[in-house]
Design a protein around this ligand. Structure first.
Ligand code: NAD
Length: 417
């Protein structure tokens, strides 16, 4: 088995190489796709509440824009690195292509610990970062969205900052913004809802009834907590969940809504009454049917993959499985719904939001959810058919489909000048 460095950018390049090899992709196109189009680094000052000035480093990477403006979230986290942002930007290119929406991929990040910042400091940081990005973002150029530790409020600050500089309101500059300023109904739940739609397809494919499904969710933020609630609503039993402080486990089942309320009050799922404590490492290896990693990258590795008991993994998070772990899971017969399909519901409804924002014509939540289901069902069908056809895993199939679509766009547009 090949030995991979688990740097996320190497992981992303490696996945691209594998898809290109299977597609017999032209070397020139592979070369183009192996570089992000733009890597933007900004070091910017922020006045803190105590009067001092701190300098923060942020990135925005635009991987490819052959199919349309680039699109991708913004992450605030102490461990953000340029290579992580580059990988996430490339995955966004593939994700948009898998669900066939007219976008390329981008991602942004600021190295900071939002938990240690006052709200006033966070607002100044978000606004100054947005200001620094003005030359390279725009509703027809590059459209940010929320990611880890950013939310609709942060999007509102970014939209306001951009609009102040334009001299008029530009709601199409970000997605995932509050509904009151042009956000879409259903966007907040979209990543999790899209994930549940593909899980339902996978269950049909595997002939597993949802009522028998014991689910473990790692990460209890936007993607994880909503996925837990929607899966429970569909009839599954959520037996364990976790956040950055640790996990809770009850083999008889947890009430995901009550856990969320407890986390909102206490700051963590840890300590929830009627459940045992588990570490994040133990949580991943619990006896269950469906594992939903919904936290950060590189959680399922060559170390723990041999002990993973889930039959199905739905990657709500981006890049939670290392390539080595992927090989081990495939050998064990575990079905992995890859990130670029499993969490594509978020960017799909972001696209719906952008369409609504730029037309100033808004849809009902029912319309949004029906259109999302349609997109996710079609994407699942295309990926599953490709996997069957090429006799590859769902991840390789999704990558092949995406790379093929982006490569076609590059080839038909040609190289300027
Ligand atoms: P979030 O900030 O709302 O939640 C992240 C959760 O993960 C938090 O509960 C946090 O405590 C937990 N966490 C952090 N480190 C952890 C660890 N080591 N072990 C266990 N839990 C840990 O973020 P989110 O928006 O839900 O994003 C989660 C993942 O989903 C990320 O990989 C993100 O890129 C991906 N994603 C999110 C969206 C979206 O629309 N929000 C869309 C696509 C993909």
């Amino acid at each position: 088995m090949p030995k991979y460095n688990i740097d996320p950018w190497e992981m992303a390049l490696n996945q691209l190489g594998e898809a290109a090899r299977r597609l017999d992709l032209q070397k020139d196109i592979l070369r183009v796709l192996s570089f992000p189009r733009r890597e933007y680094t900004v070091n910017f000052p922020v006045r803190m509440d105590d009067g001092s000035i701190q300098v923060f480093t942020g990135y925005r990477v635009q991987h490819n824009a052959a199919r349309g403006p680039s699109k991708g979230g913004i992450r605030f986290h102490p461990q953000v690195t340029l290579n992580e942002v580059k990988a996430l930007a490339m995955w966004m290119t593939w994700k948009c292509a898998v669900v066939n929406i007219p976008y390329g991929g981008a991602k942004g990040g600021v190295i900071c610990d939002p938990k240690k910042l006052q709200v006033s400091e966070l607002e100044r940081l978000a606004r100054r970062y947005a200001f620094e990005l003005i030359p390279i973002i725009g509703p027809e150029q590059d459209i940010p969205a929320p990611d880890v530790n950013t939310n609709p409020q942060v999007m509102a600050w970014i939209m306001d900052t951009y609009s102040m500089h334009a001299g008029y309101s530009v709601p199409g500059i970000v997605t995932g913004k509050p509904v009151s300023i042009g956000g879409s109904l259903g966007r907040n739940e979209a990543t999790a809802r899209g994930c549940v739609f593909v899980v339902l397809n996978a269950l049909k494919h595997l002939d597993l009834p949802i009522e028998d499904l014991r689910v473990v969710v790692q990460g209890y933020g936007n993607a994880g907590s909503i996925a837990a609630r929607l899966l429970a609503r569909e009839g599954a039993t959520v037996i364990a969940v976790s956040d950055s402080r640790g996990g809770i486990y009850n083999p008889k089942g947890l009430d995901p809504g009550a856990v969320l309320e407890y986390k909102a009050e206490s700051g963590s799922v840890v300590g929830f009454a009627g459940a045992d404590s588990v570490t994040n490492a133990q949580l991943l290896e619990l006896d269950c049917d469906l594992l939903v990693p919904a936290a950060l990258e590189k959680q399922i590795t060559a170390d723990n993959a041999p002990r993973i008991k889930a039959r199905l993994i739905a990657e709500a998070a981006n890049g939670p499985t290392t390539p080595e772990a992927d090989c081990i899971l495939a050998e064990k017969g575990v079905t992995v719904i890859p990130d670029i399909l499993a969490n594509a519901g978020g960017v799909t409804v972001s696209y719906f939001e952008w369409v609504q924002s730029t037309q100033s014509y808004f849809w009902t939540e029912r319309e949004v959810n029906l259109k999302l289901r349609d997109v996710m069902d079609r994407a699942w069908a295309a990926v599953a058919a490709k996997a069957e056809d090429a006799q590859v895993t769902l991840r390789t199939a999704a990558l092949m489909l995406a790379v093929e679509r982006v490569a076609d766009a590059i080839a038909i547009r040609g190289v300027y000048p």
